[in-house]
Ligand binder design. Structure first.
Ligand code: HEC
Ligand code: HEC
Length: 275
């Protein structure tokens, strides 16, 4: 027994000695594996459909027949036009971009109350409210974008969404006077709890960075665009938000609120990486 243990100890000692001799190799392996992993994390394939991205870029830059180049209004890199109040498209979620183009293309007459087919047995019974399905896919009214979106095919829409969604974006915070910023921050971060109105960031994400396909970013959008959109909700020209989530907010905002919130979000910095 004693001998066995002794032998064991010797084997262990030899092993450790050998490992010690190979310590450089061992370290080198770890460093190589580590840097390989880091390289892969930084350069891993993005999962972007490259053919769609290229087709989208071509259409966005050159237009086609009666489709003007998107970049003419939305900026050479989809950054938008601050002075004109044209929205940025760079780095928006492709699902959001595609939905907006579908909503612009939809004829307002296609929305509203749709009758459900009535089961044969009940064809003689009077129509009651429960026979109706309220079907509101939603529309967005804008003379320019309505015409452009109607001319796009479903494939164009997918390609453009992939292209603009893949673009990087950098927002430079705009100077805003202190009182406007304070009021805007109050609305953005706190909402109006006394009226049951949640804060903007509870849906639009911290700093208005946006969240998933349904909650678009507000940071980096021209203040005039933000104000225009809230106005359009108030007049019913924009009526495409799921569950009227944004309409209910818009209806509680005063003209001052719109200015303050828009100014607050123009003061945020934002950096979206190329995908
Ligand atoms: C002549 C100027 C002009 C051109 C060209 C143009 N747009 Fe627009 N786009 C606008 C304006 C203005 C709005 C804001 C409309 C509104 O108030 O609802 C807008 C809004 C949008 C929006 C909604 C953005 C958001 O945040 O909800 C998308 C998406 C969009 N455009 C995509 C495109 C694409 C894709 C093209 C090219 C095929 C294009 N636009 C060409 C002016 C233009
Ligand atoms: C309860 C959730 C919710 C809250 C809170 C909310 N929003 Fe929204 N907002 C939405 C949704 C959803 C949309 C996208 C609608 C769609 O699908 O077109 C939206 C869209 C918008 C847009 C249009 C963005 C674009 O790219 O076209 C603006 C501007 C906006 N919100 C401003 C605000 C402001 C300012 C506040 C705070 C005062 C606010 N929102 C609070 C849900 C919310």
């Amino acid at each position: 027994m004693q001998i066995m243990t002794h032998q064991c100890q010797n084997i262990m000692k030899n092993l450790l000695k050998r490992l010690y001799n190979y310590r450089l190799l061992f370290l080198a392996t770890i460093i190589l594996a580590g840097s390989g992993l880091t390289y892969w994390i930084i350069n891993r394939p993005s999962g972007i459909d490259e053919a769609a991205r290229q087709a989208g870029e071509l259409l966005a830059r050159n237009g086609r027949d009666n489709i003007p180049p998107c970049v003419a209004c939305h900026g050479a890199n989809g950054e938008g036009n601050f002075d004109a109040g044209f929205p940025r498209l760079a780095g928006l979620h492709p699902g959001y971009i595609a939905k907006q183009l579908q909503d612009f293309a939809r004829d307002p007459m296609q929305t509203g109350v749709k009758l459900e087919p009535i089961a044969r047995d009940y064809s003689k019974t009077p129509r009651i409210y429960s026979d109706l399905t309220v079907f509101t896919p939603g529309t967005r009214k804008d003379a320019t974008m309505n015409a452009i979106a109607k001319a796009l095919t479903p494939t164009d829409i997918q390609n453009l969404a992939v292209y603009f969604g893949s673009l990087p974006f950098e927002a430079t915070p705009q100077a805003v006077d202190f009182q406007t910023l304070e009021r805007g921050a109050d609305l953005a971060l706190r909402g109006k709890p006394e009226y049951g109105m949640p804060s903007c960031i509870s849906c639009h994400g911290p700093d208005g960075r946006g969240f998933g396909p349904h909650f678009p970013p507000l940071a980096g959008q021209p203040p005039q665009y933000i104000i225009n959109q809230i106005n359009k909700w108030q007049t019913g020209e924009r009526d495409n938000d799921n569950l009227a989530l944004m309409q209910n907010i818009a209806n509680q905002l005063t003209d001052g609120d719109k200015l303050n919130a828009a100014a607050y979000f123009s003061n945020r910095s934002l950096s979206v990486k190329r995908k």
